[in-house]
Design a protein around this ligand. Structure first.
Ligand code: MTE
Length: 301
């Protein structure tokens, strides 16, 4: 049930909402073990996560192309044209080209993944994404042996994105991962949430989700993916390198220079709710710690 092969569906036809709700009820009734099994591909702990509501996830956003306030993307992002959509995949790949969304999702396994999402601003949510593993896409285009990093770029459309008319960031928004991070099975290309197509404010039609890293690594509305041998330009890292490292792994023991990262405020819990402890690698330590063995995480933050 959790895994669907979508060769006969189009890219925004992800898990129907009714099926999704049905599954949530099952999880509620059956407990964590059943939940984890139904979610599939996820760790046991994720079966216990309770997602934030649709309204919370779609009304409190960071998408500076549509304004810098949390409510701006929900208000402004409807102007983004998401169909047709294509992604240029280039650099050190065997099959470079411009791929339509239909070509990209063809044959991909669209799964539901309920992930913790931790923003660098010390708030968090739990989000039920729908998507496929980035590794599957990279394998399909053929990664060449010299590739060490993956660079991503968001669309830059001044006509549709009021925020990019101001030099708030060095547009287009760009991000990057080391190749082993990109190939990790937790790294998702998300095409929807709650079984619905991705809302524009959350990065339609396709965005990255890297659940053990601060939210700004999860770049939205991607139009270019480049395999490269050098560390890619990453927007926040380039803007304030002393505040935002290239890795940006969630780490409660390494504070941001201007605030603590030891705790977080869970969106939806109310302003007076107590903060909860932030977990190493956002709770995905067992899955990803080995990627960083031997690295000094205070220096390479
Ligand atoms: N991607 C683009 N293109 N522009 C942005 O401003 N903001 C990042 C990230 N991806 C951002 C982006 C930040 S800071 C966060 S916390 C997440 O998107 C927010 O994702 P959400 O709105 O789906 O929760």
């Amino acid at each position: 049930m959790a895994r669907r092969y979508i060769s006969d569906l189009n890219w925004n036809d992800v898990t129907p909402r009714a099926l999704y709700l049905n599954r949530r009820q099952l999880i509620g009734a059956g407990g964590a073990a059943l939940g984890a099994g139904l979610i599939g591909g996820a760790t046991a702990a994720q079966g216990e996560l309770t997602p934030n509501s649709w309204d919370e996830i779609t009304s409190y956003n960071n998408f500076y192309e549509f304004g810098t306030r949390k409510e701006d993307p929900a208000r402004n992002a409807h102007t983004l044209t998401t169909q047709p959509w294509s992604i240029v995949i280039d650099g050190l790949v065997d099959n470079p080209g411009t791929y339509s969304m239909e070509q990209i999702v063809e044959g991909m396994t669209i799964e539901e993944r309920i992930y913790r999402f931790r923003c660098v601003e010390a708030w968090s949510m739990v989000i039920p994404w729908n998507g496929f593993e980035l590794a599957d896409l990279l394998t399909r285009v053929g990664v060449q042996s010299g590739a060490r990093y993956v660079a991503f770029e968001t669309a830059l459309r001044p006509d549709e994105m009021p925020g990019v008319r101001l030099p708030v960031l060095d547009w287009p928004y760009r991000e990057g991962l080391r190749l082993d991070e990109a190939m990790h099975p937790l790294t998702l290309m998300a095409t929807g949430l709650y079984g619905e197509p991705m809302p524009n404010q959350n990065g339609a039609p396709i965005r990255l989700v890297v659940p053990w890293k601060y939210g700004f690594k999860s770049i939205k509305s991607i139009v270019r993916i480049t395999l490269t041998d050098t560390e890619p330009h990453a927007t926040w890292n380039a803007t304030q390198p002393q505040e935002y490292g290239f890795y940006s792994n969630v780490n409660p023991t390494v504070d941001h220079p201007r605030w603590s990262q030891a705790t977080e405020r869970r969106i939806g819990d109310g302003l007076f709710a107590s903060r909860i402890p932030t977990l190493m690698f956002n709770g995905y330590e067992a899955e990803v710690a080995s990627l960083y063995e031997g690295m000094d995480l205070t220096a390479q933050f």
